[in-house]
Design a protein around this ligand. Structure first.
Ligand code: AMP
Length: 282
């Protein structure tokens, strides 16, 4: 079984052609739905009492929700705006709400998960929760500028506490204070990550392990409408495939990165979650 922990959000996403207001999003949402195309996936996350029933129903179609906690207060909210080329996103607002000070617990049935993905989330919560699993074979985390700016030391500790980090190129440079991605990956390996995957958006991803560098391309698309969640879908696809194969040898990891690229490409083709939901025949 795979467990995914991270943000479930109500997102406002402003693209040049369309604005989506308070739609279901969050790093763990994209990642767990992407992973669910490969394997049984449990979600650990928190929502507020404003979380719409229809969003709960959507999640419940794809993932196990025993780990989803509802607290009094507002759901985590994110507001971001893309430039006209859809290549840069400016964060307008990050409201942690019930996510702040959340003390996650792992349901008994998730404790034996061999595969755990700590999606973009508070690094201190990620560090705490990974210790609650008894038999992890492969753990992976992600992070974003917000946490690097607010909790850099905790992000570095989180990288130490997992097997793999998946991170986008700009954030890899930001956390390591390096301008070169190879130097950046080496630094994250020195901090304790065995595997480093650096996502480069439409240019694919670089995988690093010991002295190996394995570059992959993204699946090229002519029409991209909303890049939100591409990175999370990449990670979910990748670890979902590993969990399905129940293997962590090098060639399976390399293949999982190809699946990650494919799931990322599904995510950007449609608005919100629609791309990653409507995937057939994997
Ligand atoms: P991505 O496009 O892969 O960066 O992921 C976008 C998703 O990450 C959105 O659905 C947001 O709700 C979520 N998100 C944005 N900022 C944060 C944050 N600081 N912590 C956790 N999740 C976040």
């Amino acid at each position: 079984m795979l467990t995914v922990f991270g943000s479930v959000a109500l997102d406002t996403i402003r693209t040049p052609k369309k604005t989506l207001k308070n739609v279901l999003g969050g790093a763990a949402t994209f990642a767990s739905i992407a992973a669910s195309h490969f394997t049984k996936t449990g979600l650990i996350a928190v929502i507020g009492n404003d979380f719409p029933k229809k969003n709960y129903n959507t999640l419940s179609k794809y993932v196990d929700l025993e780990g989803l906690t509802r607290l009094n207060g507002k759901t985590f909210r994110y507001d971001g705006k893309y430039d006209k080329t859809l290549s840069t996103r400016q964060t307008l607002k990050t409201e942690l709400n019930v996510l702040e000070n959340f003390k996650p617990t792992v349901p008994d049935k998730y404790r034996k998960s061999r595969f755990v993905y700590l999606a973009n989330n508070d690094p201190d919560q990620n560090i705490a929760i990974i210790k609650e699993f008894n038999d992890v074979r492969f753990s992976m985390c992600d992070t974003i500028e917000f946490w690097i700016q607010t909790k850099r030391n905790s992000v570095i500790k989180m990288i130490k506490s997992v097997d793999a980090i998946v991170i986008n190129d700009e954030e890899a440079k930001l956390i390591t204070k390096e301008n070169n991605l190879i130097k950046s990956a080496k630094k994250m390996m020195e901090w304790g990550a065995q595997y480093v995957i650096i996502k480069k958006g439409e240019h694919g991803a670089l995988f690093f392990f010991q002295d190996i560098i394995f570059p992959t391309t993204a699946f090229s698309l002519e029409n991209i409408v909303d890049p939100t969640g591409a990175g999370d879908s990449f990670a979910g696809g990748m670890i979902g495939y590993l969990a399905k194969m129940n293997k962590t040898n090098l060639s399976t990891i390399k293949r999982s990165i190809i699946f990650g690229n494919v799931l990322g490409s599904f995510a950007v083709e449609k608005y919100g979650l629609n791309g990653v939901i409507h995937v057939n025949d994997l």
